[in-house]
Design a protein around this ligand. Structure first.
Ligand code: PLP
Length: 376
């Protein structure tokens, strides 16, 4: 059988149709008809006060760091087991990421270790919903309230996931989504900032429009627009938004298809878990995930290296994930840890991600059979 890629971007079939319409409309800069449709969809779907499309989740996190008014020396509590952008967005403002260990069950930040990491310089907590599985948000919001901190959710992987019925990304003060082609709902590169706290709504628009009040001008609220704050160009053009709109139209069915694939893996590996060969993901009952990823935890890093090679030889591309940020060169330079990184170190070495994409069909049976072979 042919090579089975780790990821294959899924097209709904309407992307080019919408792009053609953007072309016909003749509005190609940002904030046209398709961007507005995407904003309205995100607001209705998540309950956020204001959704703003950005070039990427990275851009949305950078906007969040500006909105949080991060000053040099301010500290932001986050997991080390995450993508670089969670940390970089704050480091760019002079902030210091403070890493807290993850929970062994969900691989999300261990909420019971957050309070010990708080200092007089702490400004925000940035929980990351790994694999689209929710962090323990009630506890995190409670800590933030007691210590007067902001919560900025890195919900890059969590579009369509919920915690106790609430959309991830829409629970903290600010939330960031990614529409990168490796995520569930895609536009190549793309993202969104969810402004959940009304206090940030006006400034978020200004920061996104190069520090000008242009959005207010277009709404007729001011009679000319001018430079009023710091900012950059964070809004995508209409071609990207048109593509994204085709994906949003199908978001329910894309998520359902991914959940079916996820569930099939989960059942297929239950016997391997019983035999002590691997550990499957653990999903808390009050969390609905979006099947962003299917991973298994193997017994050791040596075993993982061996399994990756064996699968590769059979044409199955399974991959590991993050090198924890505290052990990366820039992490050592710009960030610090709070407490041990016991589970971060141990679990990141054992984690293996399997191919998961809409339309994989029979290829999934092959992945299942090959992992059984490799561990049998
Ligand atoms: C993908 C990802 C990002 C970055 O998203 P971009 O849209 O590529 O900028 C940030 N954080 C996490 C946890 C991610 O998975």
């Amino acid at each position: 059988m042919n090579n089975i890629p780790f990821n294959k971007p899924h097209m709904t079939g309407r992307e080019l149709w919408h792009i053609a319409q953007a072309h016909t409309n003749g509005h190609l800069a940002g904030d046209g008809m398709f961007t507005k449709k995407c904003h309205a969809w995100l607001e209705a779907r998540t309950g956020t006060r204001k959704a703003l499309l950005t070039h990427s989740c990275t851009a949305a996190l950078e906007m969040a760091a500006i909105l949080a008014d991060i000053q040099p020396g301010d500290e932001i509590i986050m997991p080390s087991y995450t993508f670089v952008s969670t940390a970089n967005a704050f480091v760019l403002r002079g902030g210091i990421p403070v890493f807290v260990d993850i929970r062994p069950d969900t691989l999300n930040i261990d909420e019971t270790k957050i309070e010990a990491a708080i200092t007089p310089r702490t400004k925000a907590i940035a929980p990351v919903h790994y694999a689209g599985e929710a962090c323990e948000m009630d506890v995190i919001m409670g800590i933030a309230k007691r210590h007067n901190l902001l919560v900025i959710e890195d919900a890059a992987q969590a579009v369509m996931s919920t915690y106790k019925g609430k959309a991830l990304g829409a629970i903290g003060h600010l939330g960031a989504y990614s529409f990168h082609e490796t995520k569930n709902i895609i536009s190549g590169e793309g993202g969104a900032l969810l402004v959940n706290d009304e206090r940030f709504a006006e400034r978020a628009e200004i920061i996104r429009e190069k520090g000008t009040n242009r959005s207010q001008f277009f709404r007729g609220q001011v009679d000319k627009y001018t430079w009023v704050d710091i900012g950059s160009s964070y809004l995508p053009g209409e071609v990207i938004a048109a593509f994204l709109w085709a994906q949003m139209e199908e978001a329910e069915s894309i998520t359902q298809k991914r959940l079916d694939i996820w569930q099939k893996y989960h059942q297929a590996f239950s016997s391997l878990e019983d035999a002590g060969k691997l550990r499957r993901p653990i999903i808390p009952e009050h969390c609905q995930h979006n099947a962003h990823m299917y991973y298994v935890l193997l017994e050791s890093v040596e075993k993982r290296t061996e399994v990756i090679a064996q699968l590769k030889a059979q044409g199955v591309n399974a991959v590991f994930h993050y090198v924890p940020l505290h052990s990366a060169p820039a992490g050592k330079k710009y960030a610090r840890t709070s407490g041990t990184m016991q589970y971060t170190d141990a679990l990141s070495e054992r984690l293996l991600r399997l191919p998961l994409w809409v339309g994989m069909g029979d290829a999934q049976d092959k992945v299942i059979a090959e992992l059984h072979n490799a561990l049998g």
